[in-house]
Design a protein around this ligand. Structure first.
Ligand code: OGA
Ligand code: NI
Length: 356
């Protein structure tokens, strides 16, 4: 195997990261403008969400913190979220064990079909990325659980039960957070609850970033924002980098989000940017690699139903604030994904903006 071979040599099942190649092939090397090593560890807003269940004043205080974090960054961490540490640890453990299974176990889930409810793949868009990313992932729908769980991996034993428990708990939390978000926008706590709750989508992305022999040259994921309303993320190691667009007088900078046990990260996704008519920003983030350790992350993406369109609420529109975004659904995002190249910086949210 020569260093110069192109992406087609490293399709899923045969990727450098699955084979633990001792070098980084050229087609994984990111251009100097997106070098991994340009971030500092920074302070990110941390919110104690147990106070959402407190008295009115307490709840109002949390909602204000949340609103500021969503306006400035589109990102915050949550503590005291009520999910038992065992549930978090178990989910990370079964995820890790899944990726350690023999190739033939994982192969049955291999798919390039972005519409498939369960699929195993590598990089970002396997076989189509001009630059490859040092990532292996399993994506599966998770709500309603009984509709999808029988399609999930049966191995490792306990995967369905432990990942299922995590998915359910994270989903309950996502509904609570979305209630706080719509309340912070003056829309009331239940503005989206029926559309998120019974009919909403939950996509669980189980990511594995094996050790990379030269972490300064490749990335786990390129800069992107999530299509979701919100994404809740659990990681076992550092590696998540977020872009703070206001830093350095508006030129922005990358900030490393350290791993802290028990803490969950919350990304504001494109659909909350639309919901807020641009007041809240979807966060641009990327993933850097580690030379020695395998990084696992569980990203749970929460949105409205498959074909339910998110649009700017009438309540947020007036003469000074015209509608700034077109309506769109999760399915519209999948169509976008098929036709566009996120690794080249294409963003779904940019296709939704209405120019003045
Ligand atoms: C994602 C994502 C971040 C991570 O799956 O969309 O951004 O830390 N993951 O793996
Ligand atoms: Ni993401």
């Amino acid at each position: 195997m020569e260093k110069g071979e192109d992406s087609s040599t490293f399709k899923m099942g045969n990727s450098a990261q699955e084979r633990s190649l001792p070098y980084v092939p050229d087609c994984y090397v990111v251009p100097p403008s997106s070098k991994p090593c340009d971030s500092n560890s920074g302070i990110v807003p941390t919110i104690d969400v147990s106070r959402l269940k407190g008295g009115d004043d307490e709840r109002r205080g949390v909602i204000q913190e949340l609103s500021l974090a969503c306006q400035h960054l589109g990102f915050f961490q949550i503590v005291n979220h009520g999910i038992n540490q065992n549930i978090l640890d178990d989910a990370l453990e079964v995820a890790n064990s899944f990726f350690e299974l023999p190739a033939k176990e994982k192969k049955q889930f291999m798919s390039n079909d972005v519409y498939a409810p369960v699929r195993y793949s590598t990089s970002l868009k396997d076989g189509l990325d001009t630059i490859q990313f040092w990532r292996i992932f399993l994506k599966h729908y998770a709500h309603p659980l009984h509709r999808w769980i029988h399609l999930w991996p049966e191995n490792p034993p306990g995967y369905r039960e432990k990942m299922g428990k995590f998915c359910e708990e994270v989903r309950k939390l996502s509904i609570e957070l979305m209630g706080a978000i719509t309340e912070s926008l003056g829309l009331g706590r239940d503005y989206l609850s029926s559309r998120m709750d019974e009919n909403g989508m939950q996509v669980m992305t189980v990511n594995c970033y094996p050790p990379c022999p030269d972490p300064e040259t490749a990335l786990g994921l390129p800069p992107h924002s999530d299509y979701s309303c919100i994404t809740l993320l659990l990681q076992n190691l550092d590696g998540l980098k977020i872009f703070d667009p206001m830093a350095h007088g508006g030129s922005g900078r990358w900030v490393g989000v350290p791993q802290v046990t028990g803490v969950l990260k919350v990304h504001i996704g494109d659909h909350v940017e639309v919901l807020s008519n641009g007041l809240y920003k979807s966060i641009v983030h990327k993933v850097t690699l580690n030379e020695e350790k395998t990084r696992i992350s569980l990203a749970s993406l929460h949105s409205l139903g498959m074909d339910d369109k998110m649009s700017v609420p009438r309540e947020l529109v007036n003469d000074e604030n015209p509608v700034r975004y077109k309506e769109s659904s999760f399915n519209d995002f999948l169509d976008f994904l098929v036709k566009n190249d996120i690794s080249q910086g294409d963003r779904f949210i940019d296709t939704l903006r209405i120019k003045d």
